[in-house]
Design a protein around this ligand. Sequence first.
Ligand SMILES: [Mn+2]
Length: 320
Amino acid sequence: MKNIEEKLAGVRTIGISGHVRPDGDCVGAVLALYNYIRDYDPDIDVRPYLEPIPNVYRFLKGSETICDPRTAEAVPAFDLFIAVDCGDASRLGAAAEFLVDAGTVVCIDHHVSDHTFASDNYVREDASSTCELVFELMDVNRITEEIAACLYTGIINDTGVFQYSCTSAKTMNVAGILMEKGIDYPKIVNDTFFIKTYNQNRVMGQALVDSRLYLDGRCIVSAVSLEQMREFDVQPKHMEGIVSQLRVTKGVEIALFFYGNEDGTWKGSLRVNSDFNAAEVAAVFGGGGHVKAAGFTIAGSLSECTKRVLSEIEKRLQAA
Ligand SMILES: [Mn+2]
């Protein structure tokens, strides 16, 4: 695939979706594509599907048209289905249903995975974000201010405002072009990345206080239980940023953070400073992600889960 236009020829209906618990990159990519197709091919019936998005992304154009795939009414098969920011079909959650009858399935992504669920892939594991890839597939002259806001939001989300090592010179160039489209970038950065609610800051504080060093200080671990999440009145989306804060502890190579899921399991997140491969460890527990940032779901008591993940980490540290 070289550009989006080549996929639109003869297409009358399009579904677009991304991963469960959508983040800024996922929301930005879905809405950038949605707006692009609406603006330039208004005859195409295009529909965006995502689980409820964090409120901070509601300012993006078209966000009010997003349907929750878990409750969406049945629709006829899409001529084209575009999956963004998903390494495998299960990450689509309920939207994976659309894969069954879709005419063509296109996947745009930057996760380490095999992507066999799509017939046409635009996957670059070294790209900062899916939004950077969506940018590459668009005609730059057709990128409006609203589309630029979607893409910029996604890029800053996945690069931590250009601080993570996934940021490349190309990422900066793309961001520069998007800035020239007239977006209010300081406001986007502040409102979608830095601003935390009072409760969010308090729960992060708790997680930092509770953190412990393991493996001679090379690994830092912390957790927030479901009970604590209720106590602080926070949701899973508010756990964002905690593992990144743990990662910047001096001397630490690997940060491991758990929070409680409703079903009693734990969501585990890994962030890495060294050349340690986080995606490999996440894959052991059925998860995935990127080399320096990965996630998984694990069942058991917190101490048991911590032990199991640490032992996988230790094995690899010793082998290196
Ligand atoms: Mn992403």
